[in-house]
Design a protein around this ligand. Structure first.
Ligand code: SF4
Length: 103
């Protein structure tokens, strides 16, 4: 969890839109251990990729982790989705559902 001179706290600089508490008001340990978003972020790696519609049948599941949750949150609004910006199938142009826009 990052702490700056500003009051809000968030778990990572890549997740700076995700405010989990306020310094001086919320207990750090309580937020770290029990905030639903923190729990979801920790459990993300336990979710079988085959259970995600975007990952079904993917040959890279054996070593893929689904990527950083920041991109999953940005694109799908769900920390438990895959991050298409870290997806091997997307990066190789093999994904039928997501194409990185040119530009
Ligand atoms: S490479 Fe992409 S589609 Fe395959 S398991 Fe990883 S995130 Fe899912």
């Amino acid at each position: 969890m990052e702490q700056t001179r500003y009051p809000p706290r968030w778990p990572c600089h890549n997740l700076s839109d995700l405010r989990l508490g306020v310094i001086g008001e919320d207990d750090f340990q309580q937020v770290w251990l029990t905030h639903p978003t923190m729990v979801a972020l920790r459990r993300r790696r336990e979710i079988p990729l085959e259970s995600l519609e975007t990952c079904q049948g993917c040959i890279y599941q054996g070593f893929c982790t689904g990527g950083c949750p920041q991109g999953a949150l940005d694109v799908y609004g769900d920390v438990n989705a895959r991050n298409p910006m870290n997806c091997y199938r997307v990066l190789k142009g093999m994904d039928p559902c997501f194409v990185i826009p040119e530009g």
